[in-house]
Write a protein that binds this ligand. Sequence first.
Ligand code: PS7
Ligand code: MN
Ligand code: MN
Ligand code: MN
Ligand code: MN
Ligand code: MN
Length: 343
Amino acid sequence: RYAEKQIPSQPHWAFCYIMLHKVSRSFSLVIKQLPVELRDAICIFYLVLRALDTVEDDTSVATEVKVPILMSFHRHVYDREWHFSCGTKDYKVLMDQFHHVSTAFLELGKHYKEAIEDITMRMGAGMAKFIYKEVETIDDYDEYCHHVAGLVGLGLSKLFHASGKEDVASDSLCNSMGLFLQKTNIIRDYLEDINEVPKCRMFWPRQIWSKYVDKLEDLKYERNSVKAVQCLNEMVTNALSHAEDCLTFLSTLRDPAIFRFCAIPQVMAIGTLAKCYNNIEVFRGVVKMRRVIKMLGFFFLGLTAQVIDRTRNMADVYGAFFDFSCILKSKVEYKDLHVAKTL
Ligand code: PS7
Ligand code: MN
Ligand code: MN
Ligand code: MN
Ligand code: MN
Ligand code: MN
C-alpha cells in the first residue's frame, strides 16, 4: 500500500524519490508535502546538488579530475549518457545511476531547468575555487558557505516565485537561510571532516581557530579540551548571527507547505547549535538531534520528530527559536570569552 501511494510509477522518478529518502530523510519528508510541480523540481534540485557535493567531498578523486567535473556539472545534467562514479554507499548508487536524475531533470519546465542549471554552475565554480584555496578569514568562510548553501537559498526562492506561490525575496535574506544551515553543518561535522581519508577537509576559518590552537586538528586532542570548547563557542556565536535574518525571511512566506519546508531545517539548525554549544562531544563523535529515543523499553519522540510535528506557523517558529535560545543561554558561562556577544 505504501508503495502504491508514495512511489511514482515511472522508474526514473521512482529512483529519484527513493534516493532522496535515502540520502536525506528530513528533506525527503518536507519535500514530499510540497505542491506537486514544485515538489518534483526541488527533488531534482536536491539530487543534482547532492551529486555535485559527492564529487566535491570525494577526497580520493585527484584535483585535476575533480575540478573540470565541478566546473561542467551544470552541462552534464542535460546529458542522459553522462555519469561519474565516486562516493560511497547511497551516494555511490546516486552517482552510478545518475541517468535517472538527468532523465527526470529534462522533464521539468524550462524555468525550473534554467534555475537549477544556473545555481549548479555557480556552486560548481565556487567549490572548485575552494579546492585550491583554504578557508582563512571569516570572509572566506562566508564566501564558501555562500557557494555551497547561500546559492541554494537564492535558487529555492526563484523556484517558489516561478511556481506563482511566493513573492521574490531579497538575495541577502535567502543567503542567510543557507548560511545558517551550512555553518551549523560545518560546526557539527568537525570530526567527520577532519578525519576524512585520504585527505582531511577543513572549513573552520583560521581567523577563528588560530586564536586557540596551532593546527585545526589539535582541537580534537583531549589535552586541548578547554581551548576546543572556547573555539566551538565562538563558531556557534558566529552562526547565531544569521538567525534574525532567517526569522525575517520565514515571516514573509505565504504558502503553508513552502513555509514548513523552509522552517523545519532552520528550527533543527538552532536546535543543533543549542546542543553543540559548550559541548566537548562535538570533538569526540557526532552530535545529532534524535528522531526517536528509546528509554526503559518505551519509545519517545526525539527532538527531530517534535520539530517536524510542531512547526506549522510563525508562532511555532518563534516559540522554538525562543526555547532553543533559552537552552543555549543556560549553557553560557560567565567566564566564556564571548559571553556578551553570545547572549
Ligand atoms: C529554504 C530559502 C534543493 C532543498 C536548503 C544537497 C545542506 C551538501 O551533508 O559538509 O555534511 O555532506 O559537504 C534556504 C537542498 C541550503 C546542497 C548544503 C535554505 C540542496 C542547503 C549541496 C537553503 C542541498 C544547505 C555541503 C551542498 O556541505 O554537507 C531556503 C535543496 C538550503 C544540497 C546544505 C550542503 C552542502 C551541501 P554534508 P557538506
Ligand atoms: Mn557533503
Ligand atoms: Mn561538500
Ligand atoms: Mn558536512
Ligand atoms: Mn555530514
Ligand atoms: Mn561530509
